[in-house]
Design a protein around this ligand. Structure first.
Ligand SMILES: NC(=O)c1ccc[n+]([C@@H]2O[C@H](COP(=O)([O-])OP(=O)(O)OC[C@H]3O[C@@H](n4cnc5c(N)ncnc54)[C@H](OP(=O)(O)O)[C@@H]3O)[C@@H](O)[C@H]2O)c1
Length: 316
């Protein structure tokens, strides 16, 4: 550990941060050490990271003073917010601001900010192709992240703006896996028409982030997007059919129908998919799998991810 550059990782017990912590710890001879940030240093997940060799420290993204303590003495930080924990874009912006201020306070040399597009740059609030949500957002869980970019920039924090993609794990944990229709056949439902949906294995988000840190400061001030592949809904269904050994169809509903599904966040996700569907060049362009593979040669394709994970997809 001595002489290694410390990366303080927010969300270390979760998907994005966990992948980064494991990438750092798996590279024993590498120049980085992992400081895993958690709200509960005694949890099983936190203790597991400690056993793997991470330094585990307590902080909460809602508590700037705790972030300052957790970032102190580090070389860099991975900053991510947890929109679905509270579903408040204003709170997400405040959390990003707290992380940017803590990064500035600790004079970090390299921060990766896990952001997404502020879709209002392409779909202004007055554009009625999709409804305005919560008064001033089109895609609330994207827009506040994008809005927060300027906070890192304005404070002069040396930041790489990191654009992640749709997690394929959403098929396991987020209720987006194949469901049986009235005909008894499995199908995935996405309002993407015949358009491409950049996706990624969550573990690869962390591995690519590690690749960004390994490049030194070359990617400071830059936007880097990552995806494992850009399959269409039909291609995802075909890959699922192959992996599961039973037919999976593709139910290409309209964004309006998707927004009407009624689960919490359905309107936000309906708008998100519509944005991805209707702004393919804007969304797919910066998420080049070749760029991701250069950062992380172990990058999974969708079929590769399915080969390892198909047994974890609940089929109801
Ligand atoms: N699902 C997708 O397809 C997708 C795609 C792109 C981006 N995203 C974005 O990814 C973000 C979530 O990242 P993730 O998936 O890596 O999260 P995650 O797997 O849900 O992990 C969250 C971890 O963060 C910690 N945490 C939660 N609230 C915290 C707080 N107030 N302060 C400090 N730590 C806290 C928790 O750890 P402790 O309990 O140990 O503190 C938890 O283990 C969301 O903002 C979402 O919009 C999602």
């Amino acid at each position: 550990m001595a002489g290694k550059k410390i990366i303080a990782v927010v969300g270390a017990t979760g998907a994005q941060g966990g992948g980064l912590v494991r990438a750092i710890l798996n590279d024993k001879g590498g120049g980085f050490a992992a400081r895993a940030i958690t709200r509960d240093v005694g949890s099983d997940k936190a203790q597991e990271l400690a056993k793997l060799g991470a330094e585990v420290v307590a902080a909460d993204v809602d508590d700037e003073a705790s972030l300052k303590r957790a970032f102190a003495g580090a070389y860099g930080a991975y900053c991510v917010t947890f929109y679905w924990a509270h579903m408040s874009p204003e709170r997400e912006l405040a959390e990003a601001t707290a992380m940017a201020r803590a990064a500035k306070d600790a004079a970090l040399e390299h921060v990766i900010w896990s952001t997404l597009e502020d879709t209002r740059q392409w779909v202004p609030l007055g554009d009625d192709r999709m409804p305005t949500l919560m008064g001033k957002y089109k895609v609330p869980h994207f827009d506040a992240k994008g809005e927060a970019n300027h906070v890192f920039a304005d404070l002069g924090v040396p930041t790489t703006f990191y654009l992640t993609s749709f997690y394929w794990e959403n098929l396991i944990y987020f209720g987006m896996g194949p469901k049986r229709g009235p005909d008894g056949k499995l199908a995935i439902t996405l309002p993407m028409g015949d358009k491409k949906l950049p996706g990624i294995a969550t573990e690869d988000i962390g591995r690519c982030a590690y690749g960004i840190f390994q490049k030194g400061r070359e990617l400071v001030g830059k936007t880097v997007g990552v995806a494992g592949e850009h399959p269409t809904g039909a291609e995802m269904a075909a890959a699922l059919t192959q992996a599961l050994g039973q037919e999976v169809g593709y139910n290409a509903v309209s964004p309006d129908v998707y927004r009407g599904f009624g689960f919490p966040g359905a309107d936000d996700l309906g708008n998100m998919f519509q944005f991805k569907r209707d702004f393919q060049a804007v969304f797919c362009g910066p998420r080049d799998p070749q760029v991701a593979r250069a950062l992380n040669p172990a990058l999974h394709t969708f079929a590769g991810w399915l080969a390892e994970n198909h047994g974890r997809i609940p089929l109801d």
